[in-house]
Design a protein around this ligand. Structure first.
Ligand SMILES: [Mg+2]
Length: 363
């Protein structure tokens, strides 16, 4: 039913660093690192292509980046500015289709099967989008075009930066056959190692395995891999901003450091959330405790579990370790909050996107 879809994945090139280079002409053409100063214990949040040539990449300690590229310019991230530009980019996407699913500030899926320009070619639409982004924002983007999300996303990485790659249905199997196993969605370092030890290096190798065999070795993800390596990925582009969390909080009428009082408020909040989860027939993988101290500093502590939390009992069992990670009870608090996120209906929840492919799963 989705075989005729036209999906575009757009990924801005070195987004944060490119914005800094656009806003500050002196940064243009220079190795630029957005992140913590090299003397600090900070890390690289983003870097320009000029810096990447020296082996610098994001998440690397800034001190190491400075050693690799001594002439690099360091600048602090300005998230508000990136958000502002991101919403301008998203507004350009919406000229083409209402079906835009942002994945992060600089990436989105667009379903252009039917589109506002009534144009039949998704590749031409992708080119128009890229050129509008360039004309209006002086930033480059890469695009992937295909008939499902997985292929579109892999394609956008193929001619990066400032390129477009289209994978039409007739080319999908060849493309997937040659693809290294780490490029498959859901294959992290651990899975890659296991795959390699089983002699699976590419999509071609992956396709030789029976579905049962893949499930046996890799669990739920096995079934997903079995399908995507055959070009089957029916996940829709989902623009709807679905509810991201269910939570509740209480502000005390007086600041308190009484642990009995703190415990009883948290128990009450847990019961309220348990009730909402039941009413909405959902659960979630992450529990977050929020504490605002008497001086208005606010901290959060989270824990993500593998089996969804469905009830107040599930929340209460995780609470002690979260409380222990705060100063609630030693410092006075004025507000406590609890929330459950990565809801099981949320596409960002682990494994949720595998649901369409699950057959024997009873969770
Ligand atoms: Mg990007």
């Amino acid at each position: 039913m989705y075989s005729k879809r036209k999906i575009v994945h757009i990924d801005m090139d070195a987004f944060f660093a490119s914005i800094e280079q656009k806003d500050t002409p002196a940064f243009k053409g220079k190795p630029l690192i957005v992140g913590g100063k090299p003397q600090s214990r900070g890390v690289v949040a983003a870097c320009s292509y000029e810096a990447r040539r020296f082996g610098v990449h994001s998440a690397m300690p800034s001190s190491k980046a400075a050693r690799l590229c001594p002439q690099a310019i360091f600048t602090r991230p300005r998230m508000d500015r990136y958000r502002e530009i991101s919403s301008e980019v998203m507004a350009i996407f919406l000229r083409y289709t209402p079906l835009v699913e942002p994945l992060s500030l600089d990436e989105a899926f667009l379903d252009v099967t039917t589109n506002r320009q009534n144009h039949p070619s998704a590749t031409i639409l992708a080119e128009r989008i890229r050129s509008q982004i360039y004309q209006e924002l002086q930033l480059t983007a890469s695009a992937g075009v295909s008939f499902n999300k997985f292929l579109a996303k892999v394609a956008s990485d193929f001619n990066k930066p400032d390129g477009v790659t289209t994978i039409p249905p007739g080319k999908a199997i060849d493309f997937l056959s040659a693809l290294p196993i780490r490029k498959f969605f859901g294959v992290g370092k651990v899975t890659e190692k296991k795959m390699l030890s089983l002699g699976i290096r590419t999509g071609h190798d992956l396709r030789q395995l029976e579905e049962e065999n893949l499930i046996f070795h890799f669990g739920k993800i096995g079934s997903f891999l079995y399908n995507i390596v055959r070009g089957i990925d029916d996940r829709p582009v989902e623009p709807a901003r679905t509810r991201k969390s269910i939570g509740s909080e209480t502000t005390f009428s007086h600041d308190t450091d009484d642990s009995n009082e703190i415990d009883s408020i948290l128990t009450h909040l847990a019961e309220q959330i348990g009730h909402s989860l039941k009413k909405k027939q959902t659960g979630g993988y992450t529990l977050t405790l929020k504490v605002r101290y008497h001086d208005f500093t606010t901290i959060t502590r989270s824990r993500t579990v593998r089996t969804p939390i469905y009830s107040s009992a599930g929340i209460l069992s995780l609470l002690p370790e979260l409380i222990a990670a705060t100063n609630a009870g030693t410092q006075k608090v004025r507000l406590l909050g609890l929330s459950i996120s990565k809801l099981i209906a949320d596409k960002n929840a682990p494994y949720q996107l595998l649901l369409p492919f699950m057959r024997q799963d009873r969770q």
